[in-house]
Design a protein around this ligand. Sequence first.
Ligand code: C2E
Ligand code: MG
Ligand code: MG
Ligand code: MG
Length: 286
Amino acid sequence: LHQAQRTRTGQALYDPAGDDGSERLRRTGELRQALARGDIEVHVQPQVDLRTGRIIGAEALARWRHPHDGVLLPAAFLPLAEHTGLAKPMTALVLERALAACASWWREGYRIPVSVNLSPDDLRDEELPGRVWAALHRQSLPAEALRVEITEQSLMTDPETASELLRRWRADGLSVSIDDFGTGYSSLSYLRQLEVDEVKIDQAFVADMARKNTVTIVSHTIRMAHDLKARVVAEGIEDVSTARQLAELGCDFGQGLLYGGAMPAPEFLVRLRAVPALSAEHPRLP
Ligand code: C2E
Ligand code: MG
Ligand code: MG
Ligand code: MG
């Protein structure tokens, strides 16, 4: 294993339940400093067309290069960031880095979008669309170069406001994706009111496709999303038979270890350049 992978950890740095105050303060200080110094990096995971295996996009995933604790996964620092009001500067940094990476692909003619995950606080941030447009402009990228992902769960904390905000974002030309779909307890009638461009089926369903009930749920989700004119991405695809099964159910796109995990942006660019070789070695469905 690569050194960075061996040391990376997803264990939470800060446990709100066991908080004594001082540890939280120390970790918050570290995170604030990391944000100021730019120690939060962005890795990208390929997203592919399930029929051809071709790369059609990439998701930006935050990584904290900690001075003592190695490369930390979002599970280790996201809860802290979201509890301490640091989600906003984190999103700003991730957005900047994700778009810079995306611009390097576009410069070489690979016109594929990057997806950026948002926190619940971002959803309430009225200035976010303006900052997004400014960030796109700095990288000379059009709106099609970006997708924002919001978890179904964070939409459900305030469903009315959320659907109104999504409407406004989309009116502003931004493309919106619902992440971790199926885990947020939203009702079908609520989903009908939502305007989204993409639905991402949570990896828990994808990992459970051997079960008939799960296949039924996934199949209905795909049909419902298509009826709502949204595209469907399955997350966490780890084997060829699941990829095939999802493609047969009409799922458009996928991501997962089968196609590659999150990797540094330069490594992803190397993958993009090798596209013909890549699609030959990955499952090509009839
Ligand atoms: P997510 O957006 O649903 O991202 C998918 C997660 O699944 C990623 O974990 C990814 O590395 C992992 N994954 C990808 N392929 C596979 C697979 O085949 N099998 C399995 N078991 N896992 C796979 P990661 O990078 O640890 O991120 C976890 C979550 O943290 C993300 O879930 C997202 O909700 C959040 N997150 C990541 N980056 C950011 C960010 O910049 N801002 C915000 N607000 N949230 C972020
Ligand atoms: Mg996501
Ligand atoms: Mg997800
Ligand atoms: Mg997730």
